[in-house]
Design a protein around this ligand. Sequence first.
Ligand SMILES: N[C@@H](CCC(=O)N[C@@H](CS)C(=O)NCC(=O)O)C(=O)O
Length: 223
Amino acid sequence: MATDQVTLLGMWASPLSLRIEWALKIKGIHYEYIDEDLDNKSQRLLTCNPVHKKVPVLVHAGKPIAESLVILEYIDETWSHSRILPEDPYERAMARFWAKFADDKCWTTIHGVFTKTGQEQENAKSEAIESLKTLEKIPRESKFFGGDAIGFLDIVFGWMAYWVPLLEEITGIILVGEDSLPSLKEWFKNFLDVPLVKELLPPREKLLHHLQTFRQKLITSSS
Ligand SMILES: N[C@@H](CCC(=O)N[C@@H](CS)C(=O)NCC(=O)O)C(=O)O
């Protein structure tokens, strides 16, 4: 492997892998992409992320980095010609705060809505809606959380714009309505309209089918 080579171990339907691809593309970094079979993880993935054994993993100059938020920060610091995190330390701290909130609360509860049934799903739905209402209140003066161009928070929240409508279609549960969360809904549109964002999205029908199968498998195995 060349010393400065950048390789992403990802999975085509992983919204967290997509975060890393968006960041690398914004920075103009050339990278090799390796698609992992998460039902049969490669030795390379297990060696690169022995703690969690999950994608995404970025391998830079032979050194692996795991956890999507950690990778995003690494990318921003390593290729610092154009920053995705705000320059101002307080703004940067706020961006990290909301990124952690989104992963701790929104990711977990939306995942619950998608993977649970019955009362457990109802509970996850209430918690997801509460978390999303909190996101709705984050001040956004321009089209994006990063200003006129997408930045760190847009990349972190980005999966919701594409995945939430698909999960709503599959479960029949509406989480982000035009009337209930208009600012978030508008940001969904703004974000998905960005050419660089659009060009990396997995095909809608293929992803829909994958998610339906994934949900069915989880539900069947837990009943
Ligand atoms: N907190 C981790 C979560 C990574 C994660 O959950 N990755 C999923 C794909 S989206 C995965 O690899 N799942 C395989 C498994 O759980 O075995 C991050 O932000 O990178």
